[in-house]
Design a protein around this ligand. Structure first.
Ligand SMILES: NC(=O)c1ccc[n+]([C@@H]2O[C@H](COP(=O)([O-])OP(=O)(O)OC[C@H]3O[C@@H](n4cnc5c(N)ncnc54)[C@H](O)[C@@H]3O)[C@@H](O)[C@H]2O)c1
Length: 265
């Protein structure tokens, strides 16, 4: 099915690793013109080469720390210079380390707040300034089922992701009149399948520090679909929500892609 994304100007943050990589390659197969924004330029460049081979109209890597508004604005300006606009923003950057709240520090909270929440504010703020005058755009933010469930060892991360869910609903209400749709995808545990699919900054660079093989098997067993997620599972939902052809009347929604871990509504 043609999702109508061919030639669209798409920004994917954190495009170099795991879920961002799969999202980028998904847009590439649809023929989009993609900006890969990441602090890990080398890893993003490797994904850009794969994106071009997969059919992307363009794949430009821009080194950008989403927690810094000036870097975000410069990254968006590069996309506008190349494409004349930004049609789709995917707020994918996120980071966590699994620790009980009492074992964390204020410095750790600040990093979680900046990367998972302030980065989304910076990118969304900049995107709206470009999309609103054009009266069109789609924003998809990657949250987490930890935002919906309350997840031990993810207290501040889960709270920031819940903030993303709420923020995106308000932005959806404020900007529907401008033709801008805003939605959220909440992955559950989603593991990279190959070591080349993760960058040096990835949460998954040492998979065992996140979950041991035994823990992953336990998680899979507890899920209704009996398997943990693949990055491609999340990418499919993002492409759907980004497409005006198939999701043109969908806004303000939070969609779990987690094998049935949470069932809300
Ligand atoms: N993988 C999971 O199990 C899972 C589960 C729920 C939610 N999520 C969410 O999905 C998203 C992607 O997760 P992932 O597993 O692919 O992550 P990852 O750690 O593998 O990759 C994150 C990417 O973002 C980049 N990055 C980190 N900080 C950045 C910054 N300040 N500015 C720009 N780039 C930065 C990294 O270099 C890396 O390429 C995140 O928002 C995460 O919170 C992941």
């Amino acid at each position: 099915m043609d999702l109508g994304l061919k030639g669209k100007a798409v920004i994917v943050t954190g495009a170099g690793s795991n879920i961002g990589r799969a999202i980028t390659l998904g847009f590439a197969r649809e023929g989009a013109s993609i900006t890969l924004a990441d602090i890990d330029e080398q890893q993003a460049q490797a994904v850009a080469a794969l994106a071009l081979a997969a059919g992307a109209a363009a794949a430009e890597t821009v080194r950008c720390d989403v927690t810094k508004l000036d870097e975000v604005q410069a990254m968006f300006a590069r996309t506008v210079a190349r494409c004349g606009t930004v049609d789709v923003l995917v707020n994918n950057v996120g980071w966590d380390e699994l620790k009980f709240f009492t074992q964390t520090t204020p410095e750790f909270w600040q990093k979680i707040i900046q990367v998972n929440f302030v980065g989304v504010l910076n990118c969304t703020y900049t995107a709206l300034g470009i999309m609103a005058p054009k009266q069109q755009g789609a924003i998809v933010s990657i949250s987490s089922d930890a935002s919906r469930q309350g997840e031990p060892r993810e207290a501040v991360y889960g709270a920031m992701k819940a903030g993303v869910n709420s923020f995106m609903k308000t932005i959806a209400k404020e900007n529907g009149r401008n033709g801008i749709r805003c939605n959220v995808v909440c992955p559950g545990v989603t593991i990279p399948e190959e070591s080349e699919a993760v960058g040096v900054n990835s949460m998954w660079v040492n998979k065992d520090s996140m979950f041991t093989a035994d823990q992953l098997a336990q998680i899979a067993k507890a899920l209704p679909l009996k398997k943990v997620g693949r990055p491609e599972d999340v990418a499919g939902a993002v492409l759907f929500l980004a497409s005006n052809t198939v999701a043109g009347h969908v806004t303000g929604q939070v969609l779990s892609v987690s094998g049935g871990y949470s069932m809300i509504g």
